[in-house]
Design a protein. Structure first.
Length: 296
């Protein structure tokens, strides 16, 4: 099966994809070491337990820097193959470098938006780590994932749980919003946001509407590093996530109040768990597994 021929059609990029490429991707690249280290804590422990088999054809949706695609390629072996897709060109360029260093000829990457592309229904397993929460239309995005699967195919995706269980993202936002206004309704954002699939009942309904069956939720809790130093933790929060969105949308006012914002954040980070590697905070996610029913 030729992995490079599985994509049938691609639509024009959406404004949301343009925003990721033009605004967010450079920030994510700058803090890649924090993001990969943190996100991997929500996939590395469960990866061996995923129903991924030798010889499987796997689609990794929103593959980011490619680390999960590499893990999946090692799982399926040379008789299988893995295609990692992401809408951010910078992520895919970096992922290609990883694939080259990994010497895995059965691993490929493509710069695609799963919501706006069509893939052959040839994948035995579809995976996504912290990508599905940003679907502009969650049901349509999930349906597109299912459409790429063979009948009786398996899927798993990881999404953030509720805000209260993720102080690594929310505590800084709350601090910044004591100084700067909340983003308005017309704010440029990353999409529905990192917590759009936090509610189990809502997300289960979305998956059922997309046609999945055997849907199961498993909670994953982990400490994640938010910076090697307090200064880096402050800069990271002002670049990425809800705190970064608040600061970015404040525009000139944000820059005017930058010193106050940075000092208040630094004070907050002085209270978090610290070791010789850096600063650590709590995070929590859902591992959601499901199946594409046979005969569909």
């Amino acid at each position: 099966m030729n992995i490079q021929n599985r994509q049938a059609a691609v639509a024009a990029p959406s404004p949301l994809v343009d925003f990721w490429n033009d605004v967010l991707a450079p920030k994510f690249m700058a803090y890649r070491h924090i993001l990969v280290g943190g996100l991997s804590r929500h996939s590395s422990e469960i990866m061996p337990a995923l129903d991924v088999r030798r010889g499987d054809h796997v689609l990794d949706v929103g593959c980011g820097f490619g680390d999960t695609a590499v893990e999946l390629a090692l799982r399926v072996g040379p008789d299988g193959d893995v295609l990692g897709v992401d809408c951010c060109r910078a992520f895919i360029d970096y992922a290609y470098q990883m694939a080259g260093l990994s010497e895995l000829p059965h691993l490929r990457f493509a710069c695609d938006d799963i919501e706006r592309s069509t893939f052959d229904s040839s994948f035995d397993f579809v995976f996504a780590r912290f990508g599905t929460m940003f679907f502009a239309n969650p049901v349509a995005g999930l349906r597109a994932m299912r459409a790429a699967m063979v009948p009786d195919g398996r899927m798993a995706h990881i999404v953030w749980r509720r805000r209260a269980d993720n102080p690594w993202l929310i505590a800084a936002r709350d601090v910044v919003q004591t100084i700067l206004p909340k983003p308005g309704e017309d704010a440029l954002t990353c999409g529905p946001g990192p917590f759009s699939m936090a509610d189990e009942a809502t997300t289960r309904s979305q998956m059922e509407a997309a046609g999945f069956t055997e849907i199961a939720f498993q909670r994953i809790d982990a400490k994640v590093m938010v910076g090697r130093t307090i200064e880096e933790a402050v800069a990271f929060q002002l670049a990425i996530g809800p705190a970064g969105e608040t600061f970015r949308e404040a525009g000139p006012l944000g820059e005017e109040r930058r010193a106050d914002v940075e000092a208040t954040l630094a004070e907050m980070f002085e209270t978090v768990e610290t070791n010789d590697q850096g600063l650590w905070m709590d995070s929590s996610s859902w591992l959601i597994t499901a199946r594409n029913p046979a005969g569909t």
